[in-house]
Design a protein around this ligand. Structure first.
Ligand SMILES: [Zn+2]
Length: 139
């Protein structure tokens, strides 16, 4: 069963029952509730709202303890990550300041000239000779 907003020309689903101190009452959608709050402020009066329970919004599915735990862990890790990212940002800023101040100039230079990792040819001997599937016609 769907109840529509009672405001003029409004086709939205009513979600709230309102009641003015002088007795006027009805049901409105979320948008018109906002209007009504503004109107109440302009009038300097209070309008009472009661949520309608005609349609219960999709209830939160019951979570298994495992899922809840996983969520909590995830949240915790995200928080940790956030803090560490902040620390890294702080350290970078501190480092940049130091470099500009000329304190670590020597280290930065030696970092740049670090030898590049050479590919070890001994590691690329994974090409195993496959048995010939076709007779080779080499003469
Ligand atoms: Zn409405």
């Amino acid at each position: 069963m769907e109840v529509l907003c009672e405001e003029k020309d409004c086709k939205e689903e009513a979600t709230t029952r309102y009641q003015w101190p002088w007795g006027d009452e009805g049901i409105v959608c979320d948008g018109h509730r906002g209007h009504m709050v503004q109107l109440a402020q302009q009038l300097g009066r209070d309008v009472a709202f009661t949520p309608l329970h005609t349609t219960t919004p999709a209830a939160a599915p019951t979570e298994s303890p495992e899922l809840r735990l996983a969520k909590a862990k995830l949240l915790e890790q995200e928080q940790l990550l956030h803090e560490q990212a902040q620390t890294i940002a702080d350290l970078r800023a501190e480092f940049a300041r130091s470099v500009r101040a000329g304190r670590f100039a020597a280290q930065v230079d030696s970092d740049v000239e670090a030898p590049t990792a050479s590919t070890d040819p001994a590691e690329s001997h994974h090409a195993t000779p496959s048995p010939p599937t076709k007779p080779q016609r080499s003469r």
